[in-house]
Design a protein around this ligand. Structure first.
Ligand code: UDP
Ligand code: MG
Length: 331
């Protein structure tokens, strides 16, 4: 908790954690807009930038630009670990009483930050930014909408729909989040899972300010699958149900055949049509496919267990720099 013993909220520091991966096209305007927010606010701000193994000029642009802030930290990860790992890296060094996580491509507008802080001052320990509108088009828009509806259903309404990583957690909630040791780290879901008083703030999600999305189709699908399987065993229950239904069908079919034989025995039927090769072949292939699919789903859960037991870190820091000013003294 903050060092003022939970008294007045004035003057308590807010850390803003931003992961960046090959975002040199955006760094300039990102720093400008963050600086404008910090200048207009009476609260002390700390900015934590995490370079997630960028190959372009992102790190150089950050190193040159961060000095304009009074309090900053700049982490460089040893390679690209993915957005979630980068967030956790930033959160683990952030010194603020509240920690805000936001994307670096300006899809999460920095101007929304004061509204998140206001909700925190109003008593919320977790503030979730919820998109009222999405700038994405085409398959990305459809995929995001489908994922949020499915996740909402499977996780029992755990997370407000259309929310992502953008949001605020207070220091104590962040400590709980950092204690979670899972490798399949789905930050937006875990942030809701930890509990505490939560608030939702609506915002308009902008288009990318420049560059290309770093998470392509395959990566987003992996992320979605990781999120769903981390919070739900519904796929396993679904295949159990499918197995049960198929067995029931098989039993009904067997009973039908027995009935036909009995009728035949008592002279009800003269002849019984023998099932052809095609029917048997289709049944064998379909059932083998269903079985392999189910085995695959079980295997996916097993693979997740394997990843978790190895307990490899979510990220490795190659270098860390920070401003002279730390904490809230000397504002
Ligand atoms: N990002 C990252 N590491 C990655 C991929 C993305 O740090 O491996 C950062 C990226 O630079 C951006 C944020 O995470 O600041 C969101 O990425 P992106 O815009 O690609 O995701 P989307 O908006 O599609 O969710
Ligand atoms: Mg983006």
């Amino acid at each position: 908790m903050g060092d003022d013993g939970g008294g007045s909220m004035a003057g308590r520091m807010v850390s803003v954690v931003v992961p960046l991966y090959d975002e040199e096209a955006v760094v300039g305007s990102l720093l400008d807009r963050l600086a404008a927010v910090a200048d207009e606010s009476p609260d002390p701000y700390e900015f934590v930038f995490v370079d997630d193994g960028s190959q372009d000029g992102t790190f150089a642009a950050l190193s040159a630009g961060v000095r304009r802030f009074r309090r900053w930290q700049l982490l460089r990860l040893s390679r690209n670990f993915g957005q979630q790992g980068a967030f956790v890296a930033g959160m683990s060094v952030a010194a603020g009483d509240a920690i805000i996580c936001m994307d670096g491509d300006l899809q999460d507008p920095p101007e929304v930050i004061p509204r998140l802080v206001e909700a925190w001052r109003g008593g919320a320990r977790v503030v979730i930014a919820q998109r009222r509108h999405r700038a994405e088009r085409g398959w990305r828009r459809l995929a995001f909408a489908a994922f949020h509806r499915l996740f909402h259903r499977l996780s029992g309404g755990l997370m407000p729909m259309d929310s992502g990583t953008f949001g605020l957690v207070d220091r104590e909630v962040a400590a709980h989040l950092l204690r979670l040791s899972e490798r399949a780290y789905f930050f937006p879901g875990l942030r809701c899972w930890v509990g505490f008083p939560q608030a939702v703030v609506g915002y308009e999600r902008a288009a990318r300010a420049g560059g290309r999305p770093k998470q392509g189709f395959g990566r987003l699908m992996n992320y979605a699958w990781d999120a769903l399987t981390s919070f739900s065993d519904a796929p396993l229950r679904l295949i159990t149900g499918a197995g049960f239904a198929l067995s029931a069908l098989g039993c009904l079919y067997a009973l039908g055949l027995v009935a036909i034989r009995v009728c035949q025995f008592f002279g009800g039927f003269k002849s019984v049509e023998v099932l052809g090769f095609t029917t048997v072949a289709v049944a064998v292939f379909t059932l083998a496919g269903v079985q392999l699919f189910c085995l695959g789903v079980v295997g996916q859960y097993l693979a997740k267990v394997y990843v978790e037991v190895k307990r490899r870190p979510l990220y490795i820091v190659e270098s860390a720099q920070a401003s002279e000013a730390r904490g809230t003294q000397g504002t």
